[in-house]
Design a protein around this ligand. Structure first.
Ligand code: AMP
Length: 176
């Protein structure tokens, strides 16, 4: 059964060459979102992989992490918290910076978004180098909360991003 669902998911992920710049093979998840069976199966597989893990909140990373994270939060019966690019959140924030190939970027969270001791699951569509997810993990800790697990639809395994997130649990539904 799982194999059928995974095959469905794979069939709904589209490769776009040289987007957003030359040399990048972009994994486009919009066909998956547009197919209710594939979208539901993705969230169900995330819930099954979490296997009863105690979760107090789901964090979604801007912007594709919002879609999967919000659906997962609903299914788990917990609240959703956005981690956003700088300057987007209106109240007081914590900020974490991370390195890009050239330069750096940052993500922010509202300082009061999590309760101390909350166990949070951090969700994004894809892990490449792991820099974005690692920064989101730092924000969770800055709020006094804990990372229960990182959950991704896609892991680009060759980039070894999951190593950056050790010793936390990293769940990916599809490995490429
Ligand atoms: P990283 O911080 O290197 O793990 O990059 C992860 C973030 O960049 C995620 O929010 C992804 O949505 C996006 N991303 C990186 N590489 C790709 C790719 N090949 N296809 C689609 N999204 C990507």
């Amino acid at each position: 059964m799982s194999e059928d669902r995974l095959a469905l998911l794979r069939s709904r992920i589209r490769d776009i060459a040289d987007f957003p710049k030359e040399g990048i093979l972009f994994k486009d998840i919009t066909p998956l979102l547009a197919d209710v069976n594939a979208f539901r199966a993705t969230i169900d597989l995330m819930v099954e992989a979490l296997d009863g893990e105690s979760v107090g909140a789901v964090i979604g990373i801007e912007s594709r992490g919002f879609m999967f994270g919000a659906a997962l939060a609903d299914k788990l019966g917990v609240g959703f918290v956005p981690v956003r690019k700088p300057g987007k959140l209106p109240a007081a924030t914590h900020r974490a910076e991370y390195d890009l190939e050239y330069g750096s970027d940052a993500v922010e969270i509202h300082q009061d978004a999590l309760r101390p001791g909350d166990r949070a699951v951090i969700v994004d569509d894809l892990i490449a180098t792991g820099g974005t997810a690692k920064a989101a993990g730092e924000l969770v800790k800055r709020c006094g909360a804990e990372v229960a697990a990182f959950v991704f639809v896609i892991n680009l395994v060759a980039l070894e991003g999951a190593k950056k997130l050790e010793p936390h649990r990293v769940i990916s539904i599809l490995d490429y």
